[in-house]
Design a protein around this ligand. Sequence first.
Ligand SMILES: Cc1ncc(COP(=O)(O)O)c(C=O)c1O
Length: 377
Amino acid sequence: MFYLDHAASSPLRPEAWEAMAPFREEIYGNPSGGHAVSRRAKNALEDARDLAAALLNADPLEIVFTGGGTEADNLAVKGSAFAAETPGGIVTAPVEHDAVLQSARFCGEAGRRLSLVKVDRDGLIDPDEVASHVASRTGVVSIMMGNNETGVRQPVEETVRAAKASNPSVSFHTDAVQGYVSERVDVDALGVDMLSLAAHKFGGPKGVGLLYVRSGTPLQPLIHGGGQELGRRSGTHNVMAAVGMAAAMAALEEDRDRFRARTAAERDSFESTLSALVPGVVFTAAEAPRMVQTSHVRIPGVLNEVLLVRLDAAGAAASAASACQSGAATVSHVLEAMGMTPAEARECLRFSFGWSTPAGEGAAAARLVAREVEALR
Ligand SMILES: Cc1ncc(COP(=O)(O)O)c(C=O)c1O
């Protein structure tokens, strides 16, 4: 079995399993309660928050645990657009994940001004063009770190500087759900006010994420209730998942150098093997800054859906667009924004490597893909 879909979800890292083991029997209290049983849960939650914050160079009070990356993105975009203190306009890009894009559209339909910036053929935004959309009425700019389909790394740092030069009080959000997998994040070095993570992309459990919110950033909560997370996200915490997420973050940091070297080597040998064996194959944004773990390819003359079915039958898991879209017969909005025709977009596949990718899998998987392509052609 070749698992080439880590960008959809990665297997749990052993460190995350281990950190969550005490929740089977020993830790079960409600972390918001006042007695010793609750305090154990509260301490575990706050230790996880401290660890996550330290790894991002943030303050623990700036970490809001959420039910995943989608919720973190929704909170950042809608929470900024509807914050009482901000004028509420949104600037974002058409290549963002739907969690950002659909949140922005929702705000647009609710009367907030929505500006979508242009992207080039690699899907890259231009920091100055983003800044030119930032006006006094803009509340939030949301530009992702790494693209979930193509792997392209946006110039977030430069864009923050350009956007803040246009309007110093604008909030800047980055969706780092994929970018964090391949790159250490320091929120001050990036300069962002908000940053989304999802644990399941780097070996933590599914259904948990976080939103980093710089102290002083105006934010309206999405979920009202008991006032947990300093009122920013009500609801009894999924303590076990938060603990598993923080443990996976720590394991990822420990593993950074090996991860980068290994996934880059596997990705590169996948691409060189595939280009030697499959005439006409094109690697999307090959000359642009890219995350090390992603290879997005177009195989002219071969329908991605048909190839994916054959690959699945042959024991290889890959995908055609972001996981939430696969199965739907829609053309990727990311590729469309990059100027691909619908026919070209239907020839594209994403192969993504991760922490558990074994050595040699890149080349072996490419040989399997080449064999299936040849059979189809
Ligand atoms: C860039 C990006 N943002 C957001 C999400 C959504 O995260 P989650 O699956 O945790 O809701 C994903 C996952 O597909 C993603 O790749």
